[in-house]
Design a protein around this ligand. Structure first.
Ligand code: MG
Ligand code: ZN
Length: 381
């Protein structure tokens, strides 16, 4: 029976991007001995009713309140995220499931519609829905995606691709060519160049004037869009092995996108907080969330200078049913327990800073984040 199951899993071939879901590596305790500095930002520079020219949506995949509080404890009782002046809660249910997956969760945030689990920016009738990235592009804004997984994985995919299944990585990669995205940074290079249909999307990107790089450092000095920075064949490695890819990628993307006088939309994902949750591994969760918080710090620092950028930090769902039953701020120590190796259905937090941030309070649906962004975003045309 087990042999049959293994043959089945190998045959369907969905394991390439999804095998993190099978890796249970239970670790309840984590001690962090490297606290990072955090930004102190306030809402004093903004008036109620102000509209943002730029929006940066930052998604901690699987980051519920327990993941966040574990990370807060591990950093000595402070974070960039928890310094953001406005906060609320988000319900995460999908159209067909009380517990969402990242595809439906991403689609709710990117399109304002709840769909079935596994769907990438299509509705329950499998009809494509325009995403905020595509809408921003249509109105002349620059756009970008940064992810610590493959750039073709469910969360980033739901902002740029339309597909009935999150597992169709090659079709998702091909959808990048249908947009004029200005910069994307993440893994998944092989879905662009080693494809069953024989297309080489890297060549097609070059024909569309993209400069293609393998790392942020290789792209140093190249600020002229469009840029494709494909940092791994499949997924990026974990932190700290992958280095400062997400904080530096966030800085890189902002520097490239802010050149557009019409403003920009950027989505940054801390993908592997979710994978730590699936593994019930407190160390994995906290290290990934600390890295994500550093990226939030980069975005806050840059936004605090221009006063025209709204930053929203939220999650698509919680992973692991995590609860914290012990900790110590001085030691950066946290002890957690888990109720599932999958996702849970609880509300997740949302934090906001910048013009329009005051709208992100109270309890809202995941789809409301899209509608608030659309109402607030300042479009020139
Ligand atoms: Mg994700
Ligand atoms: Zn997950």
């Amino acid at each position: 029976m087990i042999t049959l199951l293994l043959i089945f899993l190998a045959t369907v071939g969905v394991t390439a991007q999804e095998d993190y879901k099978e890796k249970r590596d239970i670790k309840e305790t984590y001690i962090n001995n490297e606290f990072h500095e955090v930004q102190k930002v306030s809402s004093a520079n903004f008036e109620t009713g102000q509209k943002p020219k730029n929006i940066i949506l930052m998604i901690g995949d699987g980051m519920g309140t327990a993941q966040l509080f574990a990370t807060y404890t591990a950093n000595g009782g402070t974070l960039n995220i928890t310094n953001m002046p406005f906060s609320g809660f988000v319900t995460t249910q999908s159209a067909d499931d009380y517990t969402t997956d990242s595809a439906a969760g991403g689609t709710a945030l990117s399109t304002g519609q709840r769909t079935y689990n596994g769907a990438i920016a299509i509705d329950v009738n499998k009809k494509p829905i325009p995403t905020i990235l595509e809408i921003a592009e249509k109105y002349g804004k620059a756009t970008g995606l940064v992810s610590s997984s493959a750039i073709t994985h469910a969360t980033p995919a739901s902002f740029i691709a339309h597909n009935e299944s999150r597992n169709n990585y090659e079709a998702i990669a091909a959808d990048f060519l249908k947009t004029d995205i200005d910069i994307f940074i993440g893994g998944g290079k092989e879905f662009f160049e080693k494809r069953e249909d024989g297309r080489n999307l890297l060549e097609e990107l070059k024909a569309k004037n993209y400069q293609i790089f393998d790392s942020i450092s290789e792209a140093h000095g190249s600020e002229e869009p469009p840029l494709a920075i494909l940092t791994a064949p499949k997924h990026n490695s974990t932190w700290p092995e992958r280095g400062e890819l997400i904080p530096q990628g966030t800085a890189k993307a902002i520097n490239v996108l802010r050149q557009d006088k019409d403003g920009f939309f950027l989505m940054v994902e801390g993908s592997q907080i979710d994978w730590g949750g699936h593994a019930n591994n407190t160390a994995y969760i906290v290290k990934e969330a600390l890295d994500f918080d550093k990226a939030v710090g980069v975005a806050l620092q840059m936004a605090a200078k221009d006063n025209e950028t709204l930053i929203i930090v939220t999650a698509d769902h919680e992973t692991g049913g995590m609860s914290i039953d012990g900790g110590n701020f001085e030691k950066g120590e946290v002890h957690a327990k888990y109720t599932t190796g999958g996702h849970s259905a609880v509300m997740v937090p949302v934090f906001a800073y910048g013009p329009g941030a005051e709208h992100f309070t109270g309890v809202m649906r995941n789809t409301d984040i899209f509608h608030k962004m659309m109402t607030l975003f300042e479009f020139q045309k």
